[in-house]
Design a protein around this ligand. Structure first.
Ligand code: DC
Length: 212
């Protein structure tokens, strides 16, 4: 069973994907980490994020071990990842790795921006997680101030809006819900309610196909 979970920055899709994967006993790939690692490697090589050649080379050389870097989950790198994510050669270089992950026996859960539309258009279940920019900014603000970061709500909201615009506006595999995706708006849901709704949808879909 392949489960595709897409959605914008700070929508909670990663937390949801991780829990869904654990619940169904499936491996999980956070595809944002791939783009984050490419951005990290381009910067490490002293190149600009917009340098398509350097970014494509970084994407081609990406190994699974290079995703085990706690710095990848930091905030600055998310914005940089969104810049390299606009480059078609980068997306092409990361395609097979993601599709191979999805094709493993038993299936997998993948989360990102284009899983339901480009990477796994035949996924058994597609969920597009969303929430208003204001609520996403509020959640991020609470998370980051709890870690002791000195940051304002307004700057986070601005960052989220900029990232949404870039991820939705790019020509290559723009972020958008697949036509057959289930829309999960978490604006008024906590993680528990979002998880229960997602599991309900997956069970309904997979049940219809006669799978366990
Ligand atoms: O999910 P995330 O915040 O870790 O992703 C960081 C950036 O990487 C995101 O803003 C755009 C890019 N990305 C992408 O273009 N396609 C994906 N499948 C996943 C991430």
């Amino acid at each position: 069973m392949i489960i595709a979970i897409d959605g914008p920055a700070a929508s909670g899709k990663g937390t949801l994907a991780k829990r869904v994967a654990a619940h169904f006993g499936l491996p999980w790939l956070d595809t944002g980490l791939l783009y984050r690692a490419v951005a990290r490697d381009v910067l490490k090589a002293g190149k600009r994020l917009e340098d398509a050649e350097a970014a494509a080379a970084a994407a081609q050389n990406l190994g699974p071990e290079s995703l085990d870097d706690p710095k990848l989950r930091g905030n600055g790198i998310g914005d940089a990842a969104s810049v390299v994510g606009k480059i078609p050669e980068v997306r092409a270089a990361l395609l097979k790795l993601q599709q191979d992950f999805a094709a493993q026996p038993g299936g997998a859960v993948l989360d990102g921006r284009d899983i339901g539309t480009v990477i796994c258009p035949n996924a058994d279940v597609k969920i597009f997680v969303t929430a208003s920019p204001e609520i996403r900014a509020k959640r991020r603000f609470l998370e980051r101030t709890a870690r002791g970061e000195a940051i304002t709500y307004e700057s986070i909201l601005e960052e989220i809006r900029r990232r949404d615009e870039r991820d939705m506006g790019r020509a290559a595999a723009p972020m958008r819900p697949a036509a057959d995706a289930f829309l999960l708006d978490t604006t008024n849901l906590d993680i528990e309610a979002a998880f229960n709704t997602a599991v309900g949808e997956i069970t309904r879909k997979v049940g219809q196909r006669g799978r366990p």
